[in-house]
Design a protein around this ligand. Structure first.
Ligand SMILES: *Cc1c(COP(=O)(O)O)cnc(C)c1O
Length: 351
């Protein structure tokens, strides 16, 4: 391993060579990792680069963002569109799977590229932003479908949009009477928190209910700067939800999972979903069995406040949507309590 440079990098690192220069990967791995970077985008913001400990080969931050030669290993279960977005995309930038809500993906780039991303085949690279005409067509689709009660703006990372474009998008959605709720999914408060400034908050001002789901997988991601960004969002009246991916070697132990959930709640972020990892190409080294996830959820339930409990979710391959995957506490034997003891329930009269 290489030594840390005296001063952390101040620009986003976008190639294995840049990562090596910053002391984050050994120079002798650059050639192999260039092949990974040719297939899947690489970006590490200065803040996240600074959080990594190059001396720790199991660093949970590095593992999420630094390219790994194993990403070129294709497993038979891998799928380029693991949750079937394409099947449910009626127009560019819209995924409409459930009657009452659509995804709107106005752009396909992110401040950082997570190595486990389920949209890794489509983010980064080429046509990164919807053109004006494409965005207009996506908004027309929402206008024409009165069953759409909620619009989930995701990406890419929607908080990468310039504030003026974001404000335009919010105004367009605000003007659609049947859209009651707008939800943003973002990693910016964690990966590039300085973007959460006055201009961005002003762009998010809307009369409609605006929710923000923050993607965060490890307590260490909640840096002082991230905490400031979350406080600003919260003071702006935006309810915050947490979205976490269960990842082998990142948060698949009871202490790490509990720590990230407590850190989120402490920052006014309500854990919403714990995602079982999707079958995205080259992400096999992040996968773990569902029984392991269920055991971790059980442990969390036994130790932490109800506020710290997300739903453990599988996005069913093929585009069948999300389902909770337990664990379940009620069985033929009765109901299990937080300490693992089973009590008969319901009473025979109520069966
Ligand atoms: C995940 C997802 C949603 C949002 O699902 P919730 O359970 O409401 O969070 C909506 N549409 C699509 C296509 C999705 O993949």
């Amino acid at each position: 391993m290489t030594d840390r440079p005296a001063s952390p990098p101040r620009r986003t690192l976008r190639s294995p060579a840049a990562l090596a220069e910053a002391g984050l990967i050994p120079p002798e791995t650059v050639a192999a990792l260039d092949r990974v970077a040719a297939r899947f985008s690489v970006a590490v913001t200065p803040l996240l680069a600074d959080l990594m400990d190059p001396a720790d080969p199991a660093d949970p931050i590095a593992r999420q963002f630094l390219p790994d030669a194993r990403e070129l290993e294709d497993a038979p279960e891998d799928h380029p569109d693991p949750i079937g977005d394409q099947r449910f995309s009626p127009v560019k930038g819209i995924v409409h799977r459930y009657p009452d809500r659509v995804l709107l993906t106005p752009l396909r780039h992110c401040p950082v590229y997570c190595r486990f991303c389920f949209r890794r085949e489509t983010v980064g690279g080429g046509e990164a932003v919807l053109s004006e005409a494409e965005l207009a067509a996506a908004l027309d689709y929402i206008r024409a479908h009165e069953s759409v009660w909620e619009v989930v703006i995701t990406g890419g990372d929607p908080l990468m949009l310039p504030p003026a474009r974001l404000a335009g998008l919010m105004a367009a959605l605000e003007a659609i009477p049947h859209v009651a709720v707008i939800r943003l999914h973002s990693r910016v408060p964690i990966s590039d928190p300085a973007r959460i400034d006055t201009a961005l908050l002003a762009a998010l001002a809307t009369e409609k209910a605006l929710w923000l789901a923050v993607h965060c997988n490890h307590a260490r991601e909640l840096t002082a700067a991230a905490e400031t960004a979350l406080r600003r969002l919260s003071l702006a009246g935006i309810p915050l939800l947490g979205q976490t991916v269960l990842l082998k070697g990142v948060n698949d132990d009871a202490a790490s999972l509990e720590a990230v959930m407590r850190a989120l709640v402490k920052n006014r972020v309500k854990p919403y979903y714990l995602h079982h990892p999707d079958l995205a190409p080259g992400t096999g080294h992040f996968r773990l069995p569902i029984v392991r996830g269920q055991a971790l959820m059980r442990h969390l339930r036994g130790r932490a406040s109800g506020l710290c409990q997300p739903s453990y979710i599988l996005d069913i391959p093929g585009g069948h949507g999300k389902s909770p995957i337990g664990p379940t506490y009620l069985s033929d034997q009765g109901i299990e309590d937080w300490q693992g003891q089973i009590h008969p329930y319901p009473p025979p009269q109520l069966r």
